[in-house]
Design a binder for this molecule. Structure first.
Ligand code: FAD
Ligand code: NDP
Length: 351
């Protein structure tokens, strides 16, 4: 069994930003990047998309996979140990925390590693609907992120559809209205789940049409390889009537599943399963366990906000480790101490 001061679980922008900060602070972080954890390749959600145009520093855009490869290289460059295994079980009931991987998990097995601090950066997955045609046109007209993909040319002045009736659907539809000729929101029930304010804005938007009691049943489009979606088959759930409509974009806003099965019961989660953090920090309900990225953020869910919260988790973990260092082991000068004074920390009312 190996001991580390800090272990990071996850491999998206949050995990790697935390790793870059912690390795530069000479804390020798270990990052478990997962082996197809939750069905996503190491590198996280961005490995499932093409160009990222809203991550600062890349004026011409950068491929999602390439961006994550660069972040991984940067983590390793400063001394992060990246392990391509999925953490399958944790025991956070006492310190040092214990972690098992898929390869060594078993009732009698020793943990693969112990750690003084753990950063959870396991991300979230957008829910899909598994419609006929979805696999073919995923990222060729279908997306689960309007803010990420809405501005691309294939959607300009074209009829666009959003599925869902929550705040995300309302936000996405109003965002897409800047680009599409029209935006139609398909709501499966006879009412919206979105907050009243958002619902009112949505219903009064001149370019948005809301169709209640309506579901999508099939996505249709060009047959050629990499062809784009062109139509959507929709069904009225009350009358059973089906029709085919022109649709060049389809945006899912039917919720996300945060990857929190690992820590359920150990740290406090909100009613949707997201890790609760103390506002303005990465502190979870458990001392020594920090959370960053989409696993604790159901509102912004962007690469840059994930990266920003990864930085926060690293600085919070670094401070925690420094405060709990055993007296015989002199604490290294931390990255935080190099750039911040203790007074600055104390002056932050959130800490
Ligand atoms: P994630 O990217 O969710 O990655 C977490 C990863 O950790 C998992 O995927 C898995 O590989 C690993 N993991 C999970 N559990 C374990 C475990 N138990 N052990 C080990 N490893 C584990 N945002 C933008 O800002 N711009 C965009 O253009 C953009 N485009 C997007 C396009 C698509 C199709 C999608 C789905 C998302 C897009 N996003 C975009 C959103 C962005 O990808 C996310 O906000 C961001 O990736 C979240 O980062 P994260 O670090 O929280 O974790
Ligand atoms: P929600 O769970 O709130 O809404 C999901 C929507 O998708 C619901 O209308 C649901 O319908 C619908 N849906 C689910 N499954 C299907 C399906 N198979 N077919 C058709 N429709 C389906 O998720 P959101 O992502 O919208 O919001 C998550 C949380 O984040 C909420 O707490 C929300 O308030 C918050 N949020 C806040 C924002 C803000 O304040 N600006 C912005 C975005 C999110 P049904 O209602 O019938 O269950």
């Amino acid at each position: 069994m190996v001991h580390s001061k800090v272990v990071i679980i996850g491999s998206g922008p949050a995990a790697h930003t935390a790793a870059i900060y912690l390795s530069r602070a000479e804390l020798k972080p270990v990052l478990y990047e997962g082996m197809l954890a939750n069905g996503t390749a190491a590198g996280g959600q961005l490995t499932t998309t093409t160009d990222i145009e809203n991550f600062p520093g890349f004026p011409d855009g950068i491929g999602g996979g390439e961006l994550m490869e660069q972040m991984r290289k940067q983590s390793i460059r400063f001394g992060t140990e990246v392990i391509t295994e999925t953490i399958s079980r944790v025991d956070l009931s006492q310190r040092p925390f214990k972690l098992w991987t898929e390869w060594n998990d078993g009732p009698d097995n020793e943990p693969a590693r112990t750690a003084d601090a753990v950063i959870i950066a396991t991300g979230a997955n957008a829910r899909r609907l598994n419609l006929p045609g979805e696999e073919t046109y995923w990222q060729n007209g279908i997306s689960a992120c309007a803010v990420c993909d809405g501005a691309v040319p294939i959607f300009r002045n074209k009829p666009l559809y959003v599925i869902g009736g929550g705040d995300s659907a309302a936000e996405e539809a109003m965002f897409l209205a800047k680009y599409g000729s029209t935006v139609t929101v398909l709501v499966r029930r006879d009412k919206l789940r979105a907050s009243k304010a958002m619902a009112n804005r949505l219903l009064s938007h001149p370019k948005v049409n809301v169709r209640f009691n309506t579901v999508a049943v099939e996505v249709l489009g060009e047959q050629k390889p990499m062809g784009l979606m062109t139509h959507l088959r929709v069904k009225n759930t009350v009358t059973g009537e089906e029709e085919t409509v022109d649709a060049n974009g389809l945006f899912y806003a039917v919720g996300h599943d945060p990857a929190t099965a690992l820590v359920k019961g150990s740290v406090d989660l909100d009613e949707d399963g997201y890790i609760l953090t103390k506002p303005g920090t990465s502190y979870t309900s458990l001392e020594g366990v920090f959370a960053c990225g989409d696993v604790q953020d159901k509102r912004y869910r962007q690469a840059i906000t994930s990266a920003g919260s990864g930085c926060m988790a690293a600085l919070d973990a670094e401070k925690f480790i420094a405060e709990h260092e055993s007296p015989e082991e002199p604490a290294p000068v931390t990255e935080t101490e190099k750039s911040n004074t203790a007074t600055e920390y104390k002056s932050n009312p959130l800490l």
